[in-house]
Design a protein. Sequence first.
Lengths: 232, 313
Amino acid sequence: MPATAHGTAQFRPASDNSLLIYFDQHISPAGHQRVAKLLRLLELQPISGITNLHPAYCSVLIKFDALKLRHAELETRLHPYLDRLDEITLREPRHREIPVCYGGEYGPDLAEVCDAHSLSAEQAIDLHVSATYTVYFLGFVPGFAYLGGLPEALVTPRLAVPRRRVPPGSVGIAGHQSGVYPFATPGGWRLIGRTPLAMFRPDRAAMSFLAIGDRVHFTPISPERFAVLEKA
Amino acid sequence: MKTIQVQAAGLFTTVQDLGREGFGPMGVSPSGAADPISLRLGNRLVGNPEGAAALEMTLLGGTFLFPEGAVLALTGSDFSATLDNVPVDPWTSLEACPGQTLRLGPTRSGARSYLCVQGGIAIKPFLGSASTHILSGLGGFEGRPLRKGDVLSIASAPQSYRRRTVALHILSRLSPRKILRCTPGPQSEWFPESSHSLFYNSTYLVAEESNRMGLRLEGPSVPVSSGGHMITEGVSLGAIQVPGGGSPIILFVEQQTTGGYPKIANVISADLPGVGQLRPRDKIRFECVTLEVARALLHEQEELLSSQELIQE
């Protein structure tokens, strides 16, 4: 389908009621900033007819009411928004701490990841907890945060055959990404640990523990500590 | 408050309304009725707003006792329903007297039947909607399919019973299609001409492991040309994604909000309610249309749905 452009942003229809905006063709902090800024701006000044937003690494899918809007009209209405992105100041990123019990039954793929990189378990855990991660976006299922910033020495491809059920709280890595599964879902990321923290709770004011732009650190905990926190 | 007692739940019965649109930034997909046209019409038959919460049954229906009676309507596929052993006409409102039992059996036509009750199912909304999202266990009745012994509350309704029925000559123009019309997907150019040709000229079978998240298709593989590097991006309802193996999957109402597979096409909005009526082993085909045609078909459908003659008293 033909793409159109405005400045560095590219538009492409995804369906009869959705439009993709690409800010970049690769994952970069700059592309992420533009995604976060467009979300913020559309939250502050909503465009009538837009029904949903699906942010990702360097793109946003905009869903709209096809009975009220056309792709070309929506693009035109978005131009002034795109022109103003540089004026938007994002909130100071929050720092979030996620306790993780690594390896064993908590992280069944840790041993394989260590083998692939000739690392000891301690070295792999040290690498994973030493990094500061950025929440690029939430997607896939409620509260699933795509974290960028995985140390190069841990970069591992996803499993050839995804698991049918990943236990909730599982901490996984896939390519350059890390993330935490909020629910028992199918999943193809390599599981290196598990957190007792609830990543998504409908009875909390902020349902998702993580939000776009947050900075994340993982802290290693013992199985005993895991049991205590899980009950809390 | 009136209630529904679940005596048999059927194969897979959930509370659904028109879903929760607008929470994509949290990773929450809309969910909602798989066949929203049937839900909307069922609600209109009993005098509800179109988006009131109702029961969505799949392939095999349940058995429901109405201890205090209720005004109800069945829409969607024909599940051979009886009320105290008397056959019930679908697409027509009826009144169950206190103590009567509605029994549904296996489907005679499509995949899903809707039981709408006057007042709607009373459910505390999650993010503004009563819809069940199975994978995350959120929304609906305890976030899960119904079980034998569950008791649902019916919200009170000011109206009394009026017999209403859907005009069949208009309904036939809204019925599900086996040739799904599509617009090109955002990565359609990544697929070689041979894949496009196979995709639009082959018959696909709906696989057994299809559900509200997605419909897996069996048929010719339609691989992408090599070279494309896909970065996870937002995915739309009805997107037809093609994982590495080349077998297409139609993303459906409980879809993931983002995904990393290229999309060859996207089912048009007007044909999506019909996807909710597809059963495993059903044969389907795809036809490519322009965005203009897709929009015109959606307008036409909405005009039919808002026509005065559609609901007859």
